[in-house]
Design a protein around this ligand. Structure first.
Ligand SMILES: O=C(O)CCC(=O)C(=O)O
Length: 287
């Protein structure tokens, strides 16, 4: 497979929605062969996870939520997707960036019936980069109903405040070393509100989705709430994270999650640098 034209153009309305709301759902942007490729990749990845892999939740019935990140170096199917699918072009057009670098992949895999709900959070305050031109392409590899899909507070990416984030390190029940013990309250004046208590008041959105659809969201948007699956439904999600024009490397003194600062330094990247090197490769530029 090679980089091809988008199956349809990303419309001006979709670009405007992404800027205004910080999130947009794009139906049927990836053909079935890309979904098959990612499913194959995920099977290989599950068989050989990275040292970063965590079970975020395991309940009394043994149902789990598995998470891992930056597996693309070891999973050829993910490499194929990153460099040759339309994901980078979609990200570039929505962010209106001249150039797009790949940041990392992350998978979120719930076994059938998992009741685990992703806590509401923003991504960028955890990351080892900062900037407004960032996005995630969230792709379910199985059908998912709006009630179980990732949900968003439209417009919340535009606030400047860093909100007090949940600590994902404490979610792991396997007593692996925690990834992040940081206390975001040291830098964040405001707690994340209880969005699940009154989703309508926050204008929360989510969508019924099929494999081939994707949701693209800005990394500062408040998102969460996915999960609570029906007994026979699983949820396998592949995400790719992309960096646009204003992004700089940012080594934070609060915990980063996932914390790629060591591997970034090994690649010669310093705080304040633009993304680059084989770790954060440029994948797309505006034609
Ligand atoms: O799919 C999920 O439940 C969580 C996804 C998420 O938080 C992310 O991609 O940043």
């Amino acid at each position: 497979m090679s980089a091809a034209a988008l199956p349809r153009v990303v419309s001006d309305d979709e670009i405007a929605a992404f800027a205004r709301d910080g999130v947009v759902m794009l139906p049927q942007m990836f053909e079935p062969q890309w979904i098959d490729l990612l499913r194959t990749g995920l099977d290989a990845h599950r068989a050989k996870p990275t040292p970063r892999a965590r079970i975020w939740d395991r309940d009394a019935e043994g149902r789990t939520m598995f998470w891992d990140s930056m597996a693309w170096h070891d999973v050829p199917a993910y490499q194929e997707f990153v460099f040759n699918s339309r994901a980078a072009a979609i990200a570039g057009q929505l962010m209106q960036s001249q150039r797009v670098h790949f940041y990392f992949d992350a998978v979120f895999v719930r076994s059938p019936g998992s009741q685990f709900q992703t806590p509401w959070h923003q991504d960028e305050p955890y990351w080892s980069v900062s900037g407004h031109d960032t996005c995630t392409v969230w792709m379910p590899l199985v059908p998912v109903k709006a009630a179980n899909a990732l949900a968003f507070v439209p417009g919340s990416h535009r606030g400047e405040a860093v909100l007090n984030q949940p600590d994902f390190g404490v979610l792991n029940p396997d007593e692996k070393p925690d990834i992040d013990r940081s206390d975001f309250s040291a830098v964040a004046e405001t707690d994340i509100p209880d969005i699940s208590a009154d989703p309508e008041a926050f204008g929360v959105v989510s969508w019924d989705m099929q494999p081939g659809d994707c949701v693209v969201f800005n990394s500062r948007i408040l998102h969460g709430g996915s999960g609570r699956l029906a007994p026979n439904d699983d949820l396998r999600v592949f995400t790719s994270k992309w960096l646009g024009d204003d992004v700089r490397i940012a080594f934070r003194d609060i915990g980063m999650d996932p914390d790629f600062s060591d591997v970034m330094r090994q690649h010669g990247l310093a705080h304040g640098d633009r993304p680059g090197t084989s770790l954060l490769p440029q994948v797309w530029e505006q034609p």
